[in-house]
Each structure stands twice: as structure tokens, then as C-alpha cells.
Design a protein around this ligand. Structure first.
Ligand SMILES: NC(=O)c1ccc[n+]([C@@H]2O[C@H](COP(=O)([O-])OP(=O)(O)OC[C@H]3O[C@@H](n4cnc5c(N)ncnc54)[C@H](O)[C@@H]3O)[C@@H](O)[C@H]2O)c1
Ligand SMILES: [Zn+2]
Ligand SMILES: [Zn+2]
Length: 406
């Protein structure tokens, strides 16, 4: 079958690989009808989140049809349409039972303290093969597959695999209450769903910060007040527009590939200071090629702006991904403002059923954020366009042959 395979930093290929098989009685095999590219995949190819084993199939977003099930899977049958939550959980440990699926004790073969298990990630996450493929093996399938009801399309369901739950998780962590003023840093796919989720939680005002014009346009279309950090200083602008107070809640939807302003009043004055050194720390081995796979030049920039833009005693939610060895955070300013910090990998499985119901009832159409549909066979070109944030490439669905033909 065809799959997107990681060969090294800056080197991904569409390869022919063997089809997956059932290994445990709790497994299922899903024939994928939709998959997608996430900003997290970009961190791997840029080398800012390291140690993906060569040969690993990438991707952690998937929708498909159950093709085989092990004897231990009792809630599904062959032919069911399903969405695959990105993180892998056992469903029976105390963490899963409490909704902390991303901290499951059993799913990661590296042990209880190895961190979140997910498809298509670094060795530390379990080296599970990912979902940018024609088929995938799903462990603990009774909990790691959620049925897609009739009336919910593949384009809608693929947004429920990772980025809608993650945006909602960010808004949940940020403790948004009706009337709150919220700032979302990063208007990529995850930031867009953080904005949509802040609206669901009845935020009073939402600021959206980025520098990519069509991403800011999408945020504005959702009703956010947009701030282009290459045109104005985002902290000063947010303070000015909030009566000098700042925001109650901030969400970092950027992660380790953050950049500093490259124009306007927020751009660092030369000499640029310490930020290039941080960038080197985060990306010891980047291999940029022809303008692709360039790591961000200021890994802590979104965190710094968020801490500065928050009101005293505000709450910061960090859903942007940082590698386990990252230690850069503006702790002094945060501490002295009595901020609350909450963060982590999304407990996808906790949110998917509730968000699925919102989609089924038409309360929200997540496919409005999906701007490109490409065949899986064009995956490498699609990665390159998404990596460089080309106009129109906000969120990319990849369609395996099963979908294209059927
Ligand atoms: N916590 C989780 O479970 C989880 C799940 C999915 C994705 N993520 C992470 O969420 C982050 C966003 O994912 P995405 O798919 O939207 O990625 P993306 O790369 O498409 O979007 C990032 C956006 O941030 C903008 N940006 C860069 N520097 C900035 C700055 N200093 N201030 C404001 N905006 C800035 C970029 O222009 C871009 O539009 C990534 O780090 C990804 O790994 C986390
Ligand atoms: Zn993701
Ligand atoms: Zn568990």
C-alpha cells in the first residue's frame, strides 16, 4: 500500500509498504478514506521535535472503514465508518478512566512515564505507524475508534481526529467563561479551532495573532479581532484594545516553530540578541531545502507574547507542541503576574463524542476550516505547500485511493 514514510529530517517519501496486520485481539485494521497533515508533522520534518525512527509512517489524523477486528473488540463491526482520535489510549487504566487519555499508563510500549502515545511520532511516543496511508492498525480499537454517524462527512470527521478536539482542549484549559477576553496565538488549523471553541464557550472577545494573511482572514471570518505581528506589536495592540488590562485567557497554538516578527515595531532590533541561540538549541539538525523545512527562529516567542498580553491573574493554555528537552519559558514574568498555566497533549478521546454530536446536529461545520483536498499520492507536494504556508493551504486533507475510487 502507499504511505508517507519518514526517512530523516527533511526527507519524507511516498513509499510502497506492507499492509498492517492484527497483532493483538484488541486491534482493528482500518481502511482509510481520509487523512490529513498536521503542524506537528512539520516539527518532525523540520527536526524541531526529534527522533522519529526512519521507516515510520507519518500522520495521526484518520477517518476510514473497519476492515478487520480482533476477537477482543466488541463494540464495532466490519464496515463501520470510524474516526481515529490521534492519541492512543488503553481505555482501562486510572488515567483513561479520568479522561487523561494522553497520559495513559499502558498504551506507550516505552512504559508509564514515557509520555503520550500517538500514531506516526518519535520513538518516545511508541513508534506506532501513522495514518497517512491506505490502511492502519489501531491498538485498543474499542476505545481508539469512534463511530461516525450518517450525515457526518469524511471532510467533517477528519477535523475531529485531532485539530478540533485540540482547539477545544486549549479553550477548556484556558478556562474560558462567558464574557472572557481571549487571545489565540497562531492561526493555523489548531488556532482556528481554538477560536471556534472559544466561541462555543461564549467568550466575549477573541483576539487572533499571526502574520499569514489568509489565516488572519479565516480568523476574522470567525469573528476574531485580528492582529498581524509583522505590522504592529501584538502585546501593545492587545493592551490598547483592552483598556490597558490585557486578556483573561491566552492560548498558545504555535509551538516550538514560533517565529519572531520580521517587520514592524515588534521585530527585534539588530543585534538580534539571544533568539538565534534558542533556535539552534531547539533544532540541532535541521536540513532546510529550497525554502522548505526551515525551523522557527524564536521558539519561545508565542509564549513570551502570551504571558505579556495576559491580564494579571489570567490563564495561559499551551497546546503548541514543544519537545521534552525544551526549557525556555518566561517564568519570572508569569510568576509575578500570578498567572495560571495549563498545558499538554490533547486527551482527544475525551472530546470526540461530544464534538461529533455538535457536528451531527449542525451546530458547527468544521469542514469550513478545510481548504485543500489532495490525493494521498500528492502528499509530498502538499507537505511542502503547508510547510511554507502558501495561500489557501490552511488545512490539507489527503485522500487515499479508497476514497478517490469510492
Ligand atoms: N497539544 C496537542 O495535542 C496538539 C495537537 C495538534 C497540534 N498541536 C500543535 O499545535 C501547533 C499548531 O498546529 P497547526 O497545525 O495549527 O500548525 P501550523 O504550523 O499550521 O500553524 C502555526 C501558526 O503559528 C503562526 N506563528 C508562528 N510564530 C508565531 C508567533 N510568534 N505568534 C503567533 N503566531 C505565530 C504561523 O504563522 C502559523 O500560521 C503545533 O505546535 C502543533 O504541533 C498540538
Ligand atoms: Zn496533530
Ligand atoms: Zn489507559
Amino acid at each position: 500500500m502507499k504511505a508517507v514514510v519518514f526517512h530523516g529530517i527533511g526527507d519524507i517519501r511516498l513509499d510502497d509498504v506492507p499492509e498492517p496486520v492484527i497483532k493483538q485481539e484488541t486491534d482493528a485494521i482500518v481502511r482509510l478514506t481520509a487523512t490529513a497533515i498536521c503542524g506537528t508533522d512539520l516539527h518532525f520534518v523540520r527536526g524541531t521535535v526529534e527522533d522519529v525512527a526512519p521507516g515510520t509512517i507519518l500522520g495521526h489524523e484518520g477517518v476510514g472503514v473497519v476492515e478487520h477486528i480482533g476477537a477482543g473488540v466488541r463494540n464495532l463491526k466490519i464496515g463501520d465508518r470510524v474516526v481515529i482520535p490521534s492519541t492512543i489510549a488503553c481505555g482501562h487504566c486510572s488515567y483513561c478512566r479520568a479522561g487523561y487519555y494522553a497520559q495513559c499508563d499502558n498504551a506507550n510500549p516505552n512504559g508509564k512515564d514515557a509520555g503520550t502515545a500517538f500514531y506516526g511520532g518519535p520513538r518516545q511516543t511508541g513508534s506506532f505507524n501513522g495514518l497517512q496511508a491506505e490502511k492502519a492498525r489501531i491498538p485498543h480499537a474499542s476505545v481508539n475508534l469512534v463511530k461516525v454517524p450518517d450525515g457526518v462527512s469524511d471532510e467533517q470527521a477528519i477535523m475531529l481526529s485531532d485539530i478540533f478536539p485540540t482547539g477545544y482542549f486549549g479553550a477548556d484549559l484556558a478556562d474560558i467563561k462567558p464574557g472572557h477576553t481571549v487571545a489565540v496565538f497562531g492561526c493555523g488549523p489548531v488556532g482556528q479551532f481554538a477560536i471556534a471553541s472559544a466561541k462555543l464557550m461564549q467568550a466575549g472577545r477573541i483576539f487572533a495573532v499571526d502574520a499569514v494573511p489568509d489565516r488572519l482572514d479565516m480568523a476574522q471570518a470567525q469573528g476574531a479581532e485580528i492582529v498581524d505581528f509583522n505590522a504592529e506589536d501584538p502585546v501593545q495592540t492587545i493592551k490598547r484594545l483592552t483598556g490597558g488590562i490585557g486578556v483573561d485567557c491566552a492560548i498558545d497554538a504555535v509551538g516550538v516553530d514560533a517565529v519572531h516578527a520580521h517587520a514592524g515595531p515588534a521585530a527585534p532590533k539588530p543585534p538580534a540578541g539571544r533568539q538565534p541561540a534558542q533556535a539552534t538549541d531547539a533544532a540541532p539538525g535541521p536540513r532546510p531545502q529550497d525554502g522548505n523545512w526551515v525551523p522557527g527562529d524564536a521558539p519561545a516567542q508565542a509564549l513570551e507574547w502570551a504571558v505579556q498580553a495576559l491580564a494579571k491573574a489570567g490563564t495561559l493554555a499551551i497546546i503548541g507542541v514543544y519537545p521534552p528537552n525544551d526549557k525556555v519559558f518566561p517564568i519570572g514574568l508569569a510568576m509575578n503576574k500570578n498567572l495560571t498555566l495549563r498545558m499538554g497533549n490533547c486527551n482527544h478521546r475525551k472530546y470526540v463524542p461530544m464534538l461529533m454530536e455538535l457536528v451531527r446536529t449542525g451546530a458547527l461545520d468544521p469542514a469550513a476550516i478545510l481548504t485543500r483536498r489532495e490525493p494521498l499520492t500528492s502528499a509530498i507536494e502538499a507537505y511542502k505547500a503547508f510547510d511554507t504556508r502558501q495561500p489557501g493551504w490552511l488545512k490539507v486533507e489527503l485522500e487515499p485511493a479508497a476514497r478517490r475510487s469510492g
